[in-house]
Ligand binder design. Structure first.
Ligand SMILES: Nc1ncnc2c1ncn2[C@@H]1O[C@H](COP(=O)(O)OP(=O)(O)O)[C@@H](O)[C@H]1O
Ligand SMILES: [Mg+2]
Length: 338
């Protein structure tokens, strides 16, 4: 069995080179003697999967992907097009969807992650109606602060208008924030609307994150960047306001990279690469194993009262952002040995 190769997105301007955002990972892989191939991300998202993988050699065997986020349906087409060329994507399409979309991982992580409910929405369906929202709010307990996101991403940069709901018992506020979120996501809304109970996490200045002083990040989510979505900008959070580069006011998150149920890299979240945390993995490890996906990330935050670690979100390891400058040797070695 040959060592797996890694497929990176091609640079749209120079299609035989990796996209500049992933060039350093590709360079590291080369230095370790690993094989790399390229996918045309734009063609993939345009529904032309066969064309997108034209540069992947036939019969190349096992492959991982490291690149921009891919909607689950396009990932399934990607896996099929690769299989047609004799390349075996080591994360199957169902496994990708389980780790990438909140409803795919939530049941396994329930109790270890903020309580959440969701409303499936077709991309063109528009905003959820007031009855749908009221029913979702009731399922979430009916009162208290919450956050809104879709199955994959939030709009944390538009915290007050499109992410944070101060009080679920205020239907007008719920409707306003959800409507703004749905409008801003537009065609890029993934799956549907998720409501999650807001929890107090420890933040970089040692106090709790409160809703009025929530996260501020450098990279906008959704909108035109969503087609090139990466989770974290890889160059470090550089929010322009007081909560930005210094990290004050942001929940401290550790990103743990898991391969076959083992943590192969524990580092900062790419939005705050200077913030390190050492999470206790005792409770998370069996949950990752129960999820059964080979390569995933978990973002962990410490409760503000110090009572333990919470899973903020789970992601597919192939499309999770790496903090710029982190030593990825161990991670790449593990992927090549998988
Ligand atoms: N339930 C929650 N309670 C408190 N803060 C939250 C909660 N969910 C998310 N956050 C904050 O909002 C940020 C963005 O949420 P997240 O689910 O990670 O979305 P994204 O996929 O856009 O990164 C998190 O990094 C965290 O700081
Ligand atoms: Mg996140």
């Amino acid at each position: 069995m040959p060592a797996p190769a890694i497929i990176f997105p091609a640079d749209p301007l120079r299609p035989r080179r990796p996209d500049p955002h992933f060039a350093w990972e590709a360079r590291m892989l080369r230095e370790l003697g690993g094989e790399q191939y390229l996918v045309d991300h734009d063609a993939l998202l345009a529904g032309e999967a066969e064309d997108a993988v034209r540069l992947v050699p036939r019969g190349c065997g096992p492959v991982w992907y490291r690149g921009w986020m891919i909607p689950s349906a396009d990932y399934a087409a990607f896996a099929r097009a690769l299989a047609d060329r004799g390349a075996n994507l080591l994360t199957s399409a169902p496994a990708y969807a389980s780790a990438h979309e909140l409803p795919g991982w939530y049941d396994v992580f329930e109790g270890a992650t903020p309580p959440s409910v969701w409303i499936p929405l077709a991309p063109t369906a528009g905003r959820p109606g007031p009855e749908q929202l009221a029913a979702a709010v009731a399922r979430l307990g009916g009162h208290g602060p919450a956050i809104v996101k879709d199955y994959v991403k939030s709009r944390k940069d538009e915290w007050d208008e499109a992410c944070y709901i101060p009080e679920l018992a205020d239907p007008a506020a719920v409707g306003r924030v959800v409507a703004r979120f749905v409008d801003l996501q537009g065609d890029f809304l993934a799956g549907g609307v998720v409501l999650r109970r807001f929890e107090e996490f420890a933040r970089t200045d040692g106090t709790a994150v409160d809703g009025a002083n929530g996260p501020r990040d450098g990279e906008p989510a959704g909108g035109t960047t969503e087609a090139r979505a990466s989770d974290g900008n890889g160059a470090g959070g550089n929010g322009a306001d007081g909560n930005g580069a210094g990290g004050n006011g942001r929940a401290v998150e550790a990103r743990v990279w898991w391969l076959d149920g083992e943590p192969v890299l524990v580092g900062p979240h790419p939005d705050a690469p200077e913030q390190s945390a050492e999470p206790d993995l005792t409770e998370v490890r069996p949950l990752v194993r129960a999820l059964g996906c080979r390569f995933v990330t978990t973002d962990l935050a410490s409760r503000a009262d110090g009572s333990g670690w919470r899973v903020v979100e789970v992601g597919d390891g192939q499309v999770s952002g790496l903090p710029r400058g982190i030593d990825v040797t161990g991670l790449l070695f593990a992927l090549l040995a998988a």
